[in-house]
Design a binder for this molecule. Structure first.
Ligand SMILES: NC(=O)c1ccc[n+]([C@@H]2O[C@H](COP(=O)([O-])OP(=O)(O)OC[C@H]3O[C@@H](n4cnc5c(N)ncnc54)[C@H](O)[C@@H]3O)[C@@H](O)[C@H]2O)c1
Length: 267
């Protein structure tokens, strides 16, 4: 049976281990017939986990620090060689805040770290898109998806500078989505995902509590990493061709819920 990505070629960033959202996206895209290249920061490669995913999905790994235009240029050039042509879809699944890693509160942010958070977690999307645009590396009707979080719109105190990073990311989705759509009919969207138990997720202070809170707040419960992967694959497919420049909530209804009966009872 042909999958919904049969014949498509994609680049998937951010698969660190089997919990990563990107890991599930790679497995699902492969199952749906896509040929893929995996990429991550050279430092993440050393952990070696990604090699298992590459074997499982028959894909090549091309390391790239997503803050480096040079490395991203190499990524898009080598990916086209490895896949035998232009790219149809790209997953941006990259986030990191040194301020969060070092438990620095929002009111006392270290600004060098702040710049790093924004560069890694948001500007890297602009750099990817700009490199692809200049190289004309993405086919018409191609689809780029970045992963975001609702802290771009509402305050989650422990998410600190990642809130701004996600707000910038979502703004780049709209702005670049306009330019890339006009010039090449390439679409750009973000998926705003529920809290998910991954390395990046669990690094946030109080994560367990707000995971449980979101679970009880959302009519459908939290969206799993696998459900997010399924949505990403739908967004890469031709069934969503006219969707672009959107931030799409994938959160079991959390974003439109004021309070749930379950939480009311507890208070
Ligand atoms: N886990 C959650 O609760 C949650 C919720 C909403 C959105 N997201 C977003 O989903 C995306 C994926 O995160 P995840 O939860 O799967 O965690 P993860 O830790 O598995 O993935 C984050 C990835 O970013 C990569 N990365 C960091 N710096 C990089 C750099 N300079 N260049 C290239 N790659 C780099 C890491 O190596 C890692 O693979 C992130 O954008 C994250 O903010 C996560």
């Amino acid at each position: 049976m042909l999958g919904i990505l049969a014949g498509k070629k994609g680049i998937i960033s951010g698969a660190l281990d089997a919990n990563s959202i990107a890991w599930k996206v790679a497995e699902t895209a492969h199952k749906q017939g896509a040929k893929i290249v995996l990429t991550n920061a050279p430092i993440a490669m050393r952990m070696g986990e990604i090699k298992k995913l590459a074997e499982q999905t028959g894909s090549e790994i091309i390391p790239a620090d997503a803050t480096s235009v040079e490395e991203l240029t190499n990524l898009f050039a080598k990916s086209q060689e490895a896949l035998g042509g232009k790219i149809d879809f790209v997953l941006h699944s990259i986030g990191m805040s040194p301020n969060i890693r070092k438990n620095i509160p929002y009111t006392e942010l270290n600004y060098d770290f702040y710049n790093k958070s924004i560069d890694v977690s948001a500007l890297s999307l602009h750099k990817m898109l700009s490199v692809a645009y200049k190289m004309d590396a993405i086919n018409e009707w191609g689809s780029v998806v970045a992963l975001s979080y609702i802290a771009a719109q509402r305050v989650f105190p422990f998410y600190t500078d990642m809130a701004e990073a996600k707000a910038v990311l979502e703004s780049i989705v709209r702005s670049f989505g306009y330019h890339y759509g006009k010039a090449k009919k390439v679409r750009v969207n973000s998926i705003s995902q529920s809290p998910t138990k991954t390395t990046a997720g669990a690094g946030i202070k109080g994560f367990e509590s707000f995971y449980d809170f979101a679970e009880q707040m959302s009519p459908l419960g939290n969206a799993s990493a696998q459900a997010c992967a399924d949505y990403c694959v739908a967004m890469f497919s031709d069934y969503t061709k006219m969707v672009t420049m959107q931030n799409l909530f994938h959160d079991g209804g959390y974003s439109n819920t004021g309070i749930s009966g379950e939480l009311m009872q507890k208070l």
